[in-house]
Design a protein around this ligand. Sequence first.
Ligand code: DX5
Ligand code: ZN
Length: 218
Amino acid sequence: MHLKIAPSLLSADFANLERDVRACEQGGADLLHFDVMDGHFVPPITIGPVVMHSLRAITKLPIDVHLMVANPEHQIEQFAEAGAAWISVHAEATKHLNRSLTRIRTLGCRSGIVLNPATPLEYAFEAASDADFILLMSVNPGYGGQSFIPSFLTRCERLRTYLDKSGLSDVEIEVDGGIKLDNCKRVVDAGANVLVSGSGLMHGDIASNIKAMKTAID
Ligand code: DX5
Ligand code: ZN
């Protein structure tokens, strides 16, 4: 499956967001990962559709919206209208996962299920046929710069095996949290093909950092 790098804007310089987006483009980023936090599902509050709408106007890169919000079904429409290409919702945050995923697809976006590190994989199994991708958290969500939880690797292998055996081999696996140059190859070997990285990429020469990660996983 095509390997993709999704730099997380959470670690960008928000006073220079356009500059950092250009650096992501120059580095060959495949997606821009856009972390939405509501102060309820996770303690911090980050950015929302207004910022996304402005970003949409300055870049052609697909925007990958990770909704860390309670009742994400209430937010899907706003982000689709603001120009999201991918939208993922936490299984822990909605009572209506299949409905949320179907709604995302109806609005013309790619739908994703997100699971926290301790959430049983079975949650994703039950809804996987309504998803284009499954985002496995490799940290507990809410903050950039945390350490990668190693149990992700066997979890990811189990999910990849399940999807392939179930006729769902087109469903992509995204990983988010603690991904750096020194562990990116391991997560790809475990079956992830979309790599989110914030603090691992969004510092210093961002374009070179992305190129180095692309080389490391090739
Ligand atoms: C954390 C966010 C991540 C965050 C990752 O809850 O979902 O996307 O930006 O940051 P790093 O790569 O620094 O762990
Ligand atoms: Zn994220």
